[in-house]
Write a protein of this length. Structure first.
Length: 458
């Protein structure tokens, strides 16, 4: 295997971005111009598509797929044929176009096609011989890029073709998490990198170092279990694409090590943060639409954030007094089939009168109660949660409320209010789709100072 190719980083010289490269076809150092700042990014991306894929070196995609500036520089001035006024020219000289020349070129092409077919046959025979001696299947044809490998793997995984039980469709949430991890892998090593890069010791080490250096949003190294999950599906994707990475070189995380730390230096005792009803009203008043309606509905019904975006006209009774949660299946704006699942399955929830008014008004505009900006349901719950959380934090700041805000605070507040209203943990648990033990542990009323202990005096 050749050494791993690195991405090119052009330098700004005057107003133009330039880079000196060792051209793999012309076999000499070439100064490549990527143009000014306005065009450099597009030109560099097109260049890397060719640079990272040896199969395109001799036959790069012609314009408009590859910008003319990049295409001409890659082929070299002497190898570019121009067509001006219907006359083909090479190095400024007109090319022969007569009948004799066309006949000669056609004969030459036929001969080259025969030689190419013979070469493919020899390669195929050598591949079978290599399989015999290695005892392993070898891939035929060029290696897939990481992006193509991910698309191929996820397509087969979604269809249940890679399941231990043939035909069993994987859980939708598992599909989202796996695809998210593989997207991170592809972006880290560039989507156009060939998968067989990881067949080399250097490539396997890069993959190993990346997996064991991953961190969460707080800058902490992710748990061994998460690293193990990423390792499993990264290797599966590469092998599904025909690559043969050294599994031993990509170390297995020690999942037996404890990820729990009793850090006594941290403030707080683990009690959940919730809003008072007065604070919740102030936050709702500062929220823009549709977040204000979503927040009020979530407060009233105690829904999980991801349950809010499954709400559809079909989930409600005729008079909107009853909500029956259920997964939502739809086609997004790209025509892809998407399923929004529920964490704990369907359940019935009574809808109070004021909340019915909000839902009725929204259903007049769309069958999906809280759609994305394009009118379809959200096909990316992670992005929805990020936007919702950002809106809540901004509204809390405007309302001068200094409590930590996230997309679950309305659900926690609802549970806390109901517990303070003396509803049993069993009833609140059934409403929230949780267990009584979890309700008592996480959603019980933390406001001890509001208790009237005089009633317990002897």
């Amino acid at each position: 295997m050749p050494r791993i190719r690195k991405l090119v980083s052009p330098q700004l010289k005057g107003e133009v971005y330039l880079a000196r490269i060792k051209h793999p076809v012309l076999k000499r150092t070439v100064c490549f111009s990527f143009g000014t700042a306005s065009e450099a990014t597009a030109n560099l991306n097109a260049f890397h598509r060719i640079w990272m894929n040896p199969d395109l070196w001799l036959n790069p995609p012609p314009p408009p797929e590859t910008p003319q500036k990049v295409y001409q520089q890659w082929l070299g001035k002497g190898n570019v044929v121009t067509l001006k006024g219907g006359i083909p020219k090479k190095q400024g000289k007109p090319l022969k176009t007569g009948g004799d020349e066309v006949a000669r070129l056609e004969s030459e092409n036929d001969g080259l096609r025969l030689k190419l077919a013979e070469a493919y046959k020899i390669i195929e025979e050598q591949g079978r011989e290599l399989e015999h001696w290695r005892g392993k299947k070898t891939t035929k044809g060029p290696a897939l890029t990481l992006e193509k490998a991910r698309e191929k793997f996820m397509k087969d995984y979604r269809a249940g073709l890679l399941s231990r039980e043939p035909g069993k469709i994987p859980d939708a949430d598992a599909i989202k998490n796996i695809e998210w991890d593989l997207i991170r892998l592809c972006e880290r090593f560039d989507n156009n990198t060939p998968c067989d890069m990881f067949d080399t010791p250097e490539g396997a080490k890069l993959l190993n170092d990346w997996i064991h250096s991953l961190k969460n949003a707080r800058g902490e190294t992710i748990s061994p279990t998460r690293r193990m999950q990423i390792r499993v599906y990264a290797l599966k994707m590469l092998e599904h694409a025909g690559a043969n990475p050294d599994r031993k070189a990509v170390a297995r995380p020690n999942t037996s090590e404890s990820s729990k730390v009793n850090d006594t230096t941290k403030k707080g005792n683990g009690v959940i943060t919730y809003l008072t009803q007065e604070e919740a009203g102030k936050v709702a008043d500062k929220l823009p639409q549709p977040w204000a309606d979503l927040f009020r509905v979530q407060c009233a019904l105690g829904l999980r954030p991801d349950e809010c975006i499954t709400l559809h006209r079909n989930n409600f009774s005729k008079d909107l007094s009853k909500l029956t949660l259920a997964p939502l299946v739809f086609e997004d704006r790209y025509g892809a089939r998407v399923t929004l699942t529920l964490k704990t399955g369907p359940r019935d929830i009574p809808v109070p009168a004021d909340t019915r008014g909000i839902i009725k008004a929204r259903l007049k505009k769309n069958a999906v109660v809280f759609p994305c900006v394009d009118g379809t349901a959200w096909n990316d719950p992670k992005e929805y949660n990020r936007q919702y959380k950002a809106a809540l934090k901004k509204a809390a700041k405007a309302a001068r409320i200094k409590k930590t805000m996230d997309s679950r605070i309305a659900r926690r507040s609802c549970a806390s209010w109901l517990m303070q209203a003396n509803y049993s943990a069993d009833k609140v648990a059934k409403l929230m789709g949780n267990s009584p033990e979890m309700i008592l542990k996480h959603y019980g009323d933390p406001d001890v100072m509001s208790m009237d202990l005089a009633k317990a005096e002897v």
